[in-house]
Design a protein around this ligand. Sequence first.
Ligand SMILES: Cc1ncc(COP(=O)(O)O)c(C=O)c1O
Length: 398
Amino acid sequence: MDSRESIHLADSYYMNTFSRFPIVFEYGKGCTLYDAEDKAYTDFLAGIAVNTLGYDHPALTGTIEEQCHKLLHCSNLFYTKSQSKLAHMLVEHSCADRVFFANSGAEANEGAIKLARMFFYKKGMHKYEIITACNSFHGRTLATLAATGQKKYHIPLSPLPSGFISVPFNDIGAIESAITDETCAIMIEPIQGEGGIIEAERKYITALHRLCEKHDILLIFDEIQTGIGRTGKLFAYEHYGIEPHILTLAKGLGGGVPIGAVLAKKEVAEAFEPGDHGTTFGGNALACSAGIAVLNTLMEEKLIEECAIKGDHFKMKLNSLKDSFPHIVKDVRGMGLMLGAQLHDGIKGGDVVKAALDMGFIINCTGDNTLRFVPPLIISIDEIDRLISVLETIFNDI
Ligand SMILES: Cc1ncc(COP(=O)(O)O)c(C=O)c1O
């Protein structure tokens, strides 16, 4: 089947939920994807912050292959070695004491929402309301859309589940005034990803943490995009010197194999008892083996430390671009290898993405006209510098 036929079939039979580029990818190696005509693209999107170890990393493919021959899946009515091991590894390396595995980010957040409500229910308290931030993104299920602080997603699907309220990000006063006797949790992304790479300020997170303690509210960190080394620490909460009660992960955890996770402190996690929550596929042997390979490789190859160093270099280069093209680049934001360059109004981010693609580089544009860079954590300084030159050429043409 050639590319035209693949595109024709998808356009004819796949639901029209994505605006796609007319490219069919066949395989990848390192940080490079190859299309059906063997054109190479250096990937600064990584399946939207998913392919932590890039493509065809022997540690990941080798582990998956081995696991395939042993066991793909058995029900959660039994134990598997890989699920037990991955749960142990995540607890060992985080502030959490217990883990539940899901299949995606939205599902992990659904689990977190249910856990927060169940925690207070089991204490005999009627606390159910969840405060989130405007411009946030927490997923596409009905409850996680209700949590997502972007009205455009709510309107066609109303009524959404109730009990969610969004207030301006980085505004502690707004959170304080939204707290009621019914508030059970505050859910926040440490860096808003889909919203345009917007970092939570340190003083905001510290104050949030204090507010949660004062009002007996759970703090949920949605680390679906920031987790698993992306910001230069294994988890982004580590940058802020606080510990959330609940933490959600997905994207980078399986390196491309779908898996999500809800991590929680023991006293919170204990609210879940048999029958309260579940999943058929979540935490299956294959997905967990991928998670183990990703975590082991991150540690063994010191990729998280490197992510911080490469991220600093990348950000410095983006800031130089901003200095050279102040009429094009408005702001540079982010941490580690989760970076964004906001463009001025009137400069079309989509055109920059398209021009980069034509020159063999995959980036994307999100939030308020912000170019987003979330490459595999194995990206090299040379690849970063080559992207910077490409952006320089594109900006010169503008
Ligand atoms: C912060 C955050 N939460 C949740 C999600 C939803 O994850 P998924 O698409 O795996 O359901 C995303 C996806 O972009 C995200 O960035």
